[in-house]
Design a protein around this ligand. Structure first.
Ligand code: ADP
Ligand code: MG
Ligand code: ZN
Length: 482
């Protein structure tokens, strides 16, 4: 750290907006759907027409509660919605309904491992709010902007961390863990390209050993986790150079420009009093009783790290594989489906982690939607284990399963791929080979036993890889040594 930043330490706090995957909006019955005909999913409530009254979506509250409880935060029994006033063309109401001093969730932490080091980043708050619409600036540069209000009123949670993060890499790892948690909880798709997850980064620097924080800037327009990491790196170095040359950091909001790899000043930082927050008069206090909290808590799914630990003990697989297999909930589910019909965890982990994941990646789909189903993988693995087919042939069968979607049994039968484990078939082949290669037989018998591999290779070639390797080894040894 000292070497990297010249005696300075970065201090980072992240604000993440996550779109909740409810069917309808937070204060009206309009559908939430990405990519619909512009302005087709609106009503007087989400357009903020005079006299229209918001009604809170219970599911949105429940999703927020899930995330709060999953990360060890506490849900307030009473929380209050507030108007955040500002003008923007894609915010027709002139205010956003958010939460201010009484957010639905407080506390908790995101924990992750980076470079064998356990890190815990505390959370200040998780609050509910509505999204604004979208301004579309034509790429051809025509002098107008279009406004799509479909997104108005989409439920969001804003997750605000304490300034506990100490490097751009930690920020990246934090975001990965946050996204994974949201996805495991089925609360948010985490799709950044669709704007379902958005991140603003606050950053300051201070001399190592200093107890107080420096002045921060806020980075916006970060469209991927990699951009967050790069923008932070840029901004940390800018601040350090500024301070070293006698300047002072000003509290501003910066826009990351991915093309030029620089951050541009957008505006001086607004303070919360600039928004003139006041309690939303059209909504009552949100009351969440302890029974409801207990029910949501009881329904929480097993999260990635707990699941990985269980995979190691229950299926006897390596820690590394357990981490790979629990990366997403659907992958972990797939693995467990295979394991409901197959008993060799490590063999399944090896196959799923390599062959299957590569094929799924090629297909560009979610593993849960992949057409080769877990029962067929279990069937294939059982046939390898029982020796009906070799591991090598299994790869060919799998390639065919990917193309045709057929069951392993019918592919093996159709293509005649069964492993040859019959002495009366293998012996004549081996005898013929020995007769045809007297030189190599002599070499072997004079002690140059490394020609053994040559004979194995020949048998495999003759049988198109279908000979049972253990039997080939045994038979060859018997004939050559005997
Ligand atoms: P605001 O109300 O202006 O958004 P908050 O106090 O809510 O300010 O903090 C917003 C974010 O900025 C939080 O994630 C917090 O961790 C982070 N933050 C606060 N002070 C600093 C600082 N000095 N350096 C880096 N990040 C900071
Ligand atoms: Mg803020
Ligand atoms: Zn609506």
């Amino acid at each position: 750290m000292v070497a990297e930043y010249d005696g300075f330490e970065p201090v980072i706090g992240l604000e993440v907006h996550a779109q909740l995957q409810t069917n309808s909006k937070i204060f009206c019955g309009c559908r939430v759907q990405y990519g619909a005909e512009p302005n087709s999913l609106t009503c007087p409530v989400c357009l903020g027409l005079p006299g229209a009254l918001p009604v809170l979506n219970k599911k949105a509250v429940e999703y927020a509660m899930r995330m709060i409880l999953a990360i060890g935060g506490s849900v307030r029994n009473e929380s209050v919605f507030a108007r955040k006033n500002y003008f923007y063309p894609d915010l027709p109401k002139g205010y956003q309904i958010s939460q201010f001093d009484k957010p639905v969730g407080e506390g908790g932490a995101i924990e992750f491992t980076l470079d064998d080091h356990r890190k815990s980043v505390g959370l200040i708050r998780i609050h509910l709010e509505e999204d604004a619409g979208k301004s579309l600036h034509p790429e051809s540069g025509e002098p107008y902007t279009q406004v799509d209000l479909n997104r108005c009123g989409t439920p969001l949670i804003e997750i605000v961390s304490h300034p506990d993060i100490r490097s751009p890499r930690e920020a990246y790892a934090y975001l990965v863990k946050l996204k994974q948690t949201l996805q495991y909880l089925d609360v948010c798709t985490g799709d950044m390209e669709k704007g379902h997850l958005r991140c603003d980064a606050n950053v300051s620097v201070r001399p190592i050993g200093s107890e107080t924080f420096g002045t921060r800037t806020e980075l916006k327009n970060l469209n991927s986790f990699k951009h967050v990491e790069k923008a932070l790196e840029y901004e940390i170095n800018r601040q350090i150079n500024l301070i070293k040359s006698g300047g002072a950091v000003e509290q501003t909001t910066l826009l990351w420009n991915e093309k030029s790899q620089t951050a541009e000043m957008m505006r001086s930082k607004e303070e919360s009093h600039d928004y003139r927050y006041f309690p939303e008069p059209d909504l009552v206090t949100l009351q969440v009783d302890n029974d409801w909290i207990a029910r949501v808590r009881a329904d929480l799914p097993e999260l990635a790290e707990a699941r990985a630990t269980r995979f190691v003990s229950q299926y006897g697989i390596r820690e590394y594989d357990a981490a790979v297999l629990t990366d997403t909930r659907s992958l972990a589910d797939y693995f467990e489906s295979v394991m409901s019909e197959f008993d060799d965890g490590q063999a399944a982990a090896n196959w799923i982690g390599t062959e299957l994941l590569a094929a799924v990646k090629d297909a560009g789909v979610e593993i849960g939607d992949y057409h080769v189903k877990p029962n067929h993988i279990a069937d294939l693995l059982k046939r390898v284990k029982s020796g009906q087919i070799s591991g090598k042939i299994a790869k060919d069968v799998f390639a065919e399963m990917v193309v045709s979607g057929d069951a392993p049994a019918s592919i093996i039968k159709k293509k005649g791929l069964e492993q040859i484990s019959d002495n009366s078939v293998l012996e004549p082949i081996i005898e013929r080979l020995l007769d045809a290669n007297p030189d190599n037989v002599a070499k072997y018998r004079s002690g140059k036993t490394n020609v053994f591999g040559f004979f194995v290779g020949q048998v495999m070639k003759e049988t198109r890889g279908q000979a049972n390797p253990t039997m080939v080894n045994e038979l060859l040894k018997k004939k050559l040594d005997g």
